[in-house]
Design a protein around this ligand. Structure first.
Ligand code: C5P
Length: 406
């Protein structure tokens, strides 16, 4: 899930393992990554651009000096687009060109022009791998923090046995996933949240009708729990005020369980005055039943009426405290997201609001993925579609950035 929506620029260079790149592209896409392929002349001798275009769903780039290709998505644009440049297979010649800092074809030029991390999956004959010039080039690349995946050992296409096999597509996908997970976790760890207390509301509330029935909603609590987890990993002391959900408490978080909006409100008003940050991620029921009855309501008439009364607005009440924490709300909208989100930001007097479009099936309630647009009084930021855990890290970072400049 850490590959969701990541832009991977795959460089395919000359080597028999290039035939496996069609599978590699498929598996990366399966994980939600966007893949664009750049091929060298050598790469094209082993697999056709048409194949990789078909599996990646994007045109394959192979020329630095092709005016049409440059007009479509030029080398600088490709370099900027990438979250990761992965060269697989990386031939001995490619390693030499990279170590030398050449810009003599599209792929080498992109490697110089990109700010994205560069990962290589070397693949060559075992003798070529062990050759001193190759090992010198590898030492140079490692010194430059190029990420090296493989090579593996085993039988080679030429009949030799030894080191030089490109790692299998699934292994490379696993390593790419680990890489992005590690990066997200490191980013979270580097946030200056030590000594801060964050209070996060999460999940739905339940508004009782009688002893066995209630009004509620589809909130899973995943987003709030992911935010709590990310803030705790970044060193904050975190308390989750949780509606009924089926989720384990993240490590190092305190958790208080509540059922109704009124209980959540009471808990929030108790904890918020001493907190540094309050994130209202809970899907609080706007209304509760006026008269909750003690006994189960019996079936009788064809219609029945339940009178509802408005619940307190928890986040607005926290934002109205005199010594209030940095207060972040959520806006789950099905239309006109920006308009309604900005309206809520102002009306509830929030420091920040994270808006998502719950009408889209790929995100929001119960889904593992989400995308948010974050608004604050002077600006906004898009946090693109990804899994809720990675998104939570982005949101916690965004909050931390704003806190630092406050
Ligand atoms: O007004 P609306 O319910 O759309 O606002 C959503 C935001 O307000 C969320 O951050 C939610 O947690 C918070 N909220 C609240 N108390 C309520 C209703 C919503 O804290 N009673």
């Amino acid at each position: 899930m850490f590959l969701q929506n990541k832009n991977i620029l795959l460089g395919v260079t000359g080597g028999i393992a290039a035939y496996k790149t069609a599978e590699l592209v498929r598996r990366l896409k399966e994980q939600g990554a966007n893949v664009r392929v750049v091929m060298t002349k050598g790469g094209k001798a082993f697999i056709t651009p048409l194949t990789l275009q078909a599996v990646s769903g994007n045109p394959v780039a192979d020329s630095l000096l092709d005016p049409a290709a440059e007009a479509a998505m030029g080398h600088i644009e490709l370099a900027k687009w990438a979250d990761l440049v992965l060269i697989a297979p990386a031939s001995a010649n490619t390693l030499a060109r990279l170590a030398g800092g050449f810009a003599d074809d599209l792929l080498a030029t992109i490697c110089l022009a990109t700010a994205a991390p560069l990962a290589i999956a070397p693949a060559m004959n075992q003798q070529m791998w062990h050759a001193l010039p190759t090992q010198d080039n590898m030492a140079t690349l490692r010194k430059r923090n190029v990420i090296v995946w493989g090579p593996g050992a085993g039988e080679q296409a030429c009949g030799d046995v030894g080191y030089g096999r490109m790692l299998e597509p699934l292994q490379l996908v696993g390593l790419a996933k680990e890489y992005f997970q590690q990066t997200a976790e490191n980013e979270a760890k580097n946030l200056p949240l030590d000594n801060q207390h964050w209070v996060v509301t999460a999940g739905p509330t339940r508004e009782a009708i009688d002893p066995v029935r209630y009004i509620s909603n589809h909130s899973s609590g995943k987003m709030g729990y992911a935010i709590a987890d990310a803030a705790a990993k970044a060193g904050a002391k975190v308390t989750i005020i949780s509606g009924p959900v089926n989720l384990p408490t993240p490590n190092h978080c305190d958790r208080v369980n509540v059922q109704s909006a009124q209980q959540m409100h009471a808990m929030a008003m108790g904890l918020a005055p001493k907190a540094d940050v309050f994130v209202a991620c809970a899907a609080v029921a706007d209304y509760r039943v006026r008269d909750v009855v003690d006994q189960k309501i019996k079936k009788s008439a064809d219609t029945m009426q339940i009178e509802l009364v408005k619940n307190p607005d928890i986040v607005a009440d926290v934002a109205a405290l005199t010594d209030r924490p940095f207060t972040v709300g959520f806006a789950a909208e099905t239309q006109d997201v920006e308009h309604y989100a900005k309206g809520k930001l102002a009306r509830k007097n929030l420091d920040m609001i994270a808006a998502n479009n719950v009408a889209l099936q790929t995100q929001g309630f119960n889904s593992d993925d989400n995308a948010l647009t974050v608004y604050w009084p002077e600006g906004s930021k898009e946090l693109p579609l990804t899994n809720k855990k990675a998104l939570a890290v982005d949101l916690v970072k965004t909050i931390a950035d704003k806190l630092m400049t406050k």
